[in-house]
Design a protein around this ligand. Structure first.
Ligand code: MG
Ligand code: ZN
Length: 219
């Protein structure tokens, strides 16, 4: 069917550009993560806590993907890290060519960690390789514990799961053990962190994990 052919061509082109991004990042010694979640799971808050915790310890750059606004990039700008906003103007995922253009706007020479915040969407971002080392999926306790079963593709294609908003567990209909078990059933090799961006719980462990995966460099 022609529709399938077009889709495949789009993805092939994307994969080729993702390979170029990946080789550029490898050349520069940059560890890149693609942070995905549904809208409101707390990607930007996690980014803020991460930047706060890594300040002075690791040179980080940020690419912010958003459908319509640059509100998130404004939040990130406070942390004095190179940040580029991609507004997709309605597009529901980032693509490798957009990330390629954004990389061209950042001085990558001292950067050790690149955090790409994808558009809030648990469906198509799982199909679009951006050239990252790995995808990090954020699931918040307010979304319940069945997200991994509803969106298995995203959990299968991610290497890390961050269970966010654990401070709200007493008030929401979510058993963290069930959420974790559902995710691990889809993808047994997931590394899981439990975090709260309000209390700061779990942020040091997550940042230590990032530090262990990046090469030391000037900040
Ligand atoms: Mg955001
Ligand atoms: Zn999409």
């Amino acid at each position: 069917m022609s529709v399938i052919t077009i889709e495949r061509k789009v993805l092939e082109k994307n994969d080729e550009l993702a390979r170029q991004n990946r080789s550029l990042l490898a050349q520069k010694g940059i560890f890149a993560i693609n942070v995905v979640s549904s809208p409101g799971a707390g990607k930007t808050s996690l980014l803020e806590r991460t930047l706060e915790h890594l300040a002075g310890r690791l040179a980080v750059a940020v690419i912010e993907g958003d459908v319509q606004t640059d509100f998130d990039a404004q939040r990130v700008a406070k942390y004095n890290v190179p940040a580029v906003q991609i507004v997709t103007a309605g597009g529901c995922h980032l693509e490798a060519n957009l990330v390629h253009d954004a990389l061209g706007k950042i001085d990558l020479s001292h950067i050790r960690l690149l955090i790409i915040e994808n558009v809030g969407n648990l469906v198509c971002p799982s199909n679009y390789d951006l050239g990252e080392a790995m995808k990090v999926v954020v699931a918040s306790t307010t979304e319940g514990d069945d997200k991994p079963l509803k969106y298995p593709g995203m959990f299968r294609n991610s290497s890390v799961l961050i269970i966010n908003k654990i401070d709200l567990l007493p008030y929401v209909n979510c058993r963290i053990e069930t959420l974790r078990a559902n995710a691990l059933r889809i993808n047994p090799s997931l590394t899981v962190f439990d975090t709260s961006c309000t209390t700061g719980a779990g942020i040091p462990a997550w940042c230590d994990w990032l530090l262990a995966r990046t090469t030391p460099g000037a900040t």
